[in-house]
Design a protein around this ligand. Sequence first.
Ligand code: SF4
Ligand code: SF4
Length: 336
Amino acid sequence: MSEVSAPTVCFAKHAANVFFHILTQCNLRCRHCYINPAQHGTQRLELATIQAWLGVMARRSPGANLILLGGEPTLHPDLAAAVKHARQLGYGSITIDTNGYLFHDILEKITPDQVDFISFSLDGPSAATNDAIRGQGSFEVCTRGIRQAKAKGFRTSLIYTVSRLNLAELAAVPPLLAELKIDRFFIQVIGLRGQSATHSEEQTGDLQVSRREWEEHVLPVARQVAARGLAVIYPKVYLAPDEPFACAGRVADNYFIFPNGRVYRCPLCEDFPLHSLVFDRDRLVATAPINESDLFQLEIPEGCVMNKLIQPGNLNYTADGRPACRIACCLIKERL
Ligand code: SF4
Ligand code: SF4
């Protein structure tokens, strides 16, 4: 499961988050997938390597939140062993991000006390909408997987990546969340990285929702779901004029680990060899400049430097050339 702006935990100062892609292989071909094998590798990490890298990260950031993902992490036959090892290392929380296919009988090999959440990705409240984005049959398989997980006592999240393809149906999601007994709801926003970035403009159309659509359609649904008692987490996206800008690369402790050993601090950099850290065998070492760390230091009126570099179309300017609004760091989440 590798959605746009993958994080499934809030960006919080002083809280470390380790997003560990243990493989890039996947059984689905979602339209907005950000996995980029040329930049992230095609290998499936050996269990010994996973354990070694988990140990390095646990020593570097004790009590970090760990998110195991891919590709589809349940395609890895040693996922359960990785979870158990991470638990022994004292990670603060452990989440598995999955597309719901739950390969290798993963629900039989782990217990609800070993993982904090299983996070399922669904991009529509109906098969028609979801399957057009994620693939034929994926709605039925994913919702079945959620029910199986709930029946076994696992806490579940649902991740919904909003784009023009499913914005209209977002309002129909709250009843589905209730029916599936989802514990936590993540709203993501479509971005242009990885697979989605390689699609032609004709294929992607203009998938990104506008600020107005975000405020008129997405935020009311988030509030409605929160009013029912669920935790709802969604990206900040736009900063109000008086809100301070903060780059997570400077003030937070996030790591995005890929099977080829690259370790990024910023997900917007993941389509480029800009990673600031790399696993050299089982040692985590800094890469030479120029890398993402150098970009984090730049201060521009638009806010996020990487957004300006790779998604300049997201920015609007006033007649006198000033940014009409600033874009927040993609790692900043709001929680209701
Ligand atoms: S489930 Fe979809 S988004 Fe996630 S890794 Fe597979 S193809 Fe990519
Ligand atoms: S998305 Fe922008 S603001 Fe956030 S870490 Fe990356 S460069 Fe910094």
